[in-house]
Write a protein that binds this ligand. Structure first.
Ligand SMILES: [Zn+2]
Length: 172
């Protein structure tokens, strides 16, 4: 599945009122001992028989492959972090929007070879992605975010102190 389709699918989900969204259970850790599934299908673009083996921990049911023929480029294995939302105002009023959702993907027949290896697509905020992160790239993003969180914590301490001082000024 292309990132555009992922985005569209997620947009659709995000547009539903939160009461209609199913609560995703906590994500299970990947089992490296469980043998990954192997699939054979006919590529509808070329008529060729093709085979691929799932990424460890892939949670896609691969229904389209199970049917025996599909477009090879549409095949993708994935797992994802749990969904966390915050009330973000992106359109005039606060809405519960997904933040920092990470998807681990393999696109076994992608034209970009790097995407044929497990990589991370990170949804920074609803519909806005950093794509194709390898472990080094993902570590760089995590370090950047960690720096922001450290600064937010420092600002939180300032906020507590400034509020107390401000309230003291108002009471005077
Ligand atoms: Zn898979």
């Amino acid at each position: 599945m292309t990132i555009t389709v992922q985005r569209a699918a997620h947009k659709l989900l995000a547009s539903l009122p939160s009461a209609f969204r199913t609560k995703r259970p906590a994500v299970e850790p990947v089992s490296m001992t469980k043998a990954p599934r192997t699939w054979t299908f006919t590529d509808t673009a070329t008529g060729e028989r093709k085979t691929f083996t799932c990424m460890p921990g892939c949670i896609d049911s691969h229904d389209e492959v199970r049917d025996g023929e599909t477009l090879a480029e549409d095949i993708w294995c994935y797992r994802q972090s749990s969904d966390v939302t915050l009330p973000i105002n992106d359109s005039g009023r606060p809405e519960e929007l997904s933040v920092l959702r990470a998807m681990m993907n393999v696109d076994p027949f992608d034209r970009r070879i790097a995407h044929r290896l497990p990589h991370i697509d990170l949804e920074v905020m609803d519909g806005a992605w950093i794509e194709g992160l390898d472990p080094d790239g993902f570590a760089t993003v995590i370090s950047t975010l960690q720096g922001r969180v450290d600064e937010l914590r420092a600002m939180h301490a300032e906020l507590v102190a400034v509020r107390a001082a401000y309230q003291g000024q108002v009471a005077r």
